[in-house]
Design a protein around this ligand. Structure first.
Ligand SMILES: Nc1ccn([C@@H]2O[C@H](COP(=O)(O)OP(=O)(O)OP(=O)(O)O)[C@@H](O)[C@H]2O)c(=O)n1
Ligand SMILES: O=P(O)(O)OC[C@@H](O)[C@@H](O)[C@@H](O)CO
Length: 450
């Protein structure tokens, strides 16, 4: 995890960050095979993402919501989780005044949609209140640099910006329950028992754990309920409170419906949570890849063997001849690419792949992994050819890195007489899986020997 924040100019402070301005077409909506079935919600839903804290408990200078993972701030992952939900009409991100410019840069850099930024307050409740009020401001009005979102929602979802792993299915459950009951909240089983302490830090009593749950996010509220709750609550609530569901009960008599959520709803709080979040993000991006064979028989033979070997490594792998026609959809998936080239073809197929990836702006949100597997079937290694490839792939990889594409090479020597693709393929599969999983910057542009 890079702890370098993006600076107020929107440029990350470490040397690896691509700094050239990106000129993108309006990027097409990204699709993924894992996209759940489209749901429809018959009432307007908007979201408030409180992100106005300082993240003191991480011990870092950079507020945790702005810590970068694979080149992108944590908050951008959370925003993406909401903006891809078609029935969410608008998102209000609440950040400290001093981070407003930084937040606008992040929205521009990663082309987030439906997002508006408002200033936070000195406590989480004050920040959430500012966000809730912003949802009710007029539709289509200009406010500074931002156009106000669609009109007031029927349901407002509130979700800590530092809980990036939220799925549409659960958001749907919360939104529908909030519409029906006035309020709804995510809960999880307690891991530790809750105890009450005396002023001298002795045990006063312990709670029966089975009767209690941990209150998590997202939470949902009928818009009138959460507005009324914040209108009626006290300064003490604003200063010391941590529970929106309590405000709805206390000041609106609204008893929230509680829905057990998945374990992925956890909040990034401590430094160790940052490493956990990065590991989950990397794992999510490493689940699938497609092998492009270019139509050559040699490449197809290796691809088939690779398909079997990588399958054993719990990766989803598709084998396709090219990326044209219906196969061009792979360019839009959050997948990785393995270009298998026969000994006659050099890097031209990789160059074509990189151009296609840039044309669809595929590397906007996540670094793309491209692995060139070069089949060298000649019994005599052509010294000149071999010497040429390492330099050529290094140069190409340097250019690709500026576009957030990580290019690696694997050279496979397959003497003509040997038909044991399986052994070669399992070597290539292990290297490929490690490259996709680890995304090591140190190996970018290297031509590894399988
Ligand atoms: N004045 C505040 C304080 C917190 N939050 C947000 O509320 C969410 C949950 O709060 P927490 O995990 O406590 O974040 P921090 O207050 O930043 O953490 P710490 O208590 O360690 O400083 C975070 O997204 C945080 O940015 C906010 O919008 N405004
Ligand atoms: O208390 P913190 O500010 O660390 O985090 C906020 C959490 O309390 C809150 O997200 C849930 O408990 C649900 O209200």
């Amino acid at each position: 995890m890079e702890r370098n924040p993006v600076n107020t100019a929107g440029d990350r402070l470490d040397p690896d960050r691509p700094t050239h301005p990106r000129t993108f077409p309006t990027h097409p909506a990204r699709e993924s095979d894992h996209q759940p079935a489209e749901r429809s919600v018959e009432f307007p839903v908007s979201v408030v993402l409180p992100a106005g804290g300082t993240g003191e408990r991480t011990g870092l200078q950079t507020p945790k919501q702005f810590c970068s993972f694979l080149g992108r701030p944590l908050i951008s992952y959370t925003i993406q989780a909401f903006e891809r939900v078609s029935w969410i009409q608008s998102i209000v991100v609440v950040v400290a005044k001093e981070n407003m410019d930084l937040m606008m840069d992040i929205i521009q850099r990663f082309q987030h949609r439906k997002v508006r930024v408002v200033p936070g307050g000195s406590t989480r409740h004050r920040s959430i209140r500012n966000g809730v009020l912003a949802l009710g401001e007029g539709e289509g009005e200009e406010k500074g640099e931002q156009t106000l979102p669609a009109g007031r929602p029927k349901v407002a979802i509130i979700h800590d910006a530092v809980r990036p792993f939220v799925e549409e299915d659960f958001l749907y459950k919360i939104a529908v329950a909030a519409k029906e009951h006035g309020a709804a909240g995510a809960i999880r089983p307690l891991v530790s028992t809750v105890i009450a302490t005396t002023s001298e830090n002795y045990l006063d009593h312990s709670l029966e754990r089975a009767k209690y749950r941990a209150s998590e996010m997202p939470q949902g509220f009928r818009y009138d309920v959460i507005c009324q709750a914040y209108q009626r609550c006290t300064e003490s609530d604003f200063e010391f409170g941590t529970e929106c569901l309590h405000l709805a009960l206390q000041y609106c008599g609204t008893n929230a419906k509680l829905i057990e959520g998945p374990p992925t709803l956890w909040k990034v709080t401590y430094k160790r949570d940052l490493a956990a979040a990065e590991s989950i993000i990397k794992e999510t991006l490493s689940r699938s890849a497609c092998i492009i064979t270019g139509g050559s028989a040699q490449a197809a033979a290796l691809a088939d063997a690779l398909h079997k070997a990588v399958g054993a490594l719990d990766m989803e792998l598709d084998v396709i001849p090219d990326l044209v026609g219906v196969n061009s959809r792979y360019l839009l998936k959050e997948w990785n690419f393995i270009q298998v080239s026969g000994s006659q073809s050099g890097l031209s197929e990789v160059e074509a792949l990189l151009t296609s990836l840039e044309a669809v702006n595929r590397a906007l949100l996540h670094p793309v992994i491209v692995i060139w597997v070069h089949l060298n079937c000649s019994d005599e290694l052509s010294i000149s050819g071999r010497m040429a490839e390492p330099t050529a792939i290094m140069d190409l990889a340097s250019v690709a890195k500026l576009r957030n594409i990580l290019l690696y090479g694997i050279q496979l020597h397959q003497s003509k007489g040997t038909e044991c693709w399986e052994r070669s393929a399992s070597r290539v599969a292990e290297i490929t899986s490690a490259l996709i999983r680890d995304r090591s910057p140190a190996l970018v542009g290297q031509l590894l020997q399988a």
